[in-house]
Write a protein that binds this ligand. Structure first.
Ligand SMILES: Cc1cc2nc3c(=O)[nH]c(=O)nc-3n(C[C@H](O)[C@H](O)[C@H](O)COP(=O)(O)OP(=O)(O)OC[C@H]3O[C@@H](n4cnc5c(N)ncnc54)[C@H](O)[C@@H]3O)c2cc1C
Length: 285
């Protein structure tokens, strides 16, 4: 459990981080909260030559409202996300997901940028962010570009980031009037990671008709994914228990479920069905 030797530099700015990454992109790793990278280094599954610490880069930290979106700096820790009044009021699924991550120590140090850049198949935030149609802004040597959160999650621990890029911020569009969202998870009793995590966001007309719906699942497949067939079932007239059950069944029919030492793919599929049904039911009166 002792990492290979490495050098360490603390960045004071995004420019520092980008410049130092460009010097040795393959041999360098950014470190933010360290809660995912350091365990990998201790197990020698990662052995960067150089760590670039971005935890104190103030331009990467904070939450603000801008141009119809809640904009979250990549270095913002889970605790601040879970407790922020705008996030709690406008993006409840995101606040709930952040508040359910690990324990207090993890939430005090772990960051939204670190979670998305690490791409754990069971991470909570990607599902909530997919349901809320979030995008990420990425800085690199050629300037900035944006990706949907779905495009970030390529494979377990593999993302859409190049080795010389920094995830700078996450943009979550402020949902239209009548929108509601929720995140529910079945946690692993020891680690707290999601054995199934489900985020649902819907927009309801005053009479209850559903004009928009997004459903995302984590902990169940090789990467968090959108259950688009379930979304299609949800859009339409006022939701009934039968349609909610149909949507949950559609989510469970998605092909992405994975089995492992903890449980079979079939068990995860059933867990997903139950949690999608509970999550949608929690959003309707
Ligand atoms: C005991 C324990 C329990 C946990 N439980 C949960 C849980 O229940 N749910 C959950 O979702 N997570 C859980 N986690 C993971 C936790 O949320 C991590 O904090 C998070 O996954 C990574 O964030 P970090 O800031 O610690 O990233 P780090 O460990 O610092 O970095 C992770 C990876 O992201 C890269 N990176 C970091 N920031 C950036 C950036 N801005 N741009 C580009 N690359 C970047 C790093 O180079 C590294 O490859 C748990 C962790 C622990 C230790």
């Amino acid at each position: 459990m002792i990492p290979a030797s490495f050098s360490y530099r603390r960045a004071e700015s995004l420019d520092d981080a980008l410049r130092w990454l460009a010097e040795d992109p393959q041999g360098s790793k950014l470190v933010a909260g360290g809660h995912s990278l350091l365990p990998l280094m201790k197990m020698r599954l990662a052995a960067p030559r150089r760590l670039i610490d971005i935890a104190r880069v103030s331009e990467l930290i904070g939450i603000r409202e801008q141009s119809g979106a809640i904009v979250i700096g990549a270095g913002t820790v889970h605790r601040d996300l879970a407790g922020h009044p705008d996030v709690r009021q406008k993006l409840p699924a995101l606040a709930e997901a952040a508040g359910k991550i690990g324990d207090l120590q993890v939430r005090n140090r772990g960051t939204i940028g670190g979670s998305l850049s690490h791409a754990d198949p069971s991470a909570d935030l990607p599902a909530a962010l997919m349901a809320l149609a979030a995008t990420v802004d990425i800085a690199g040597p050629a300037g900035e570009r944006s990706l949907a959160v779905e495009e970030m999650m390529v494979a377990p621990l593999v993302t859409g980031l190049a080795p010389d890029e920094v995830l700078v911020r996450v943009r979550v569009p402020i949902p239209a009037a009548g929108s509601r969202s929720v995140y529910l998870k079945h946690p692993h009793p020891a680690s707290g990671y999601a054995l199934a995590g489900v985020a649902v966001a819907v927009t309801l007309e005053p009479a209850g008709a559903v004009t928009a719906a997004r459903v995302a699942v984590t902990g169940a497949g090789v990467v968090p994914f959108r259950a688009t067939d379930a979304e299609t079932v949800l859009i339409g007239d006022r939701l009934t228990p039968a349609r909610i059950a149909e949507a949950a069944k559609a989510a469970a029919a998605a092909g992405e479920f994975a089995g492992d030492a903890l449980m079979s793919a079939e068990y995860r599929r059933q867990l997903c069905r139950v949690y999608v049904e509970r999550a949608i039911s929690a959003l309707v009166d």
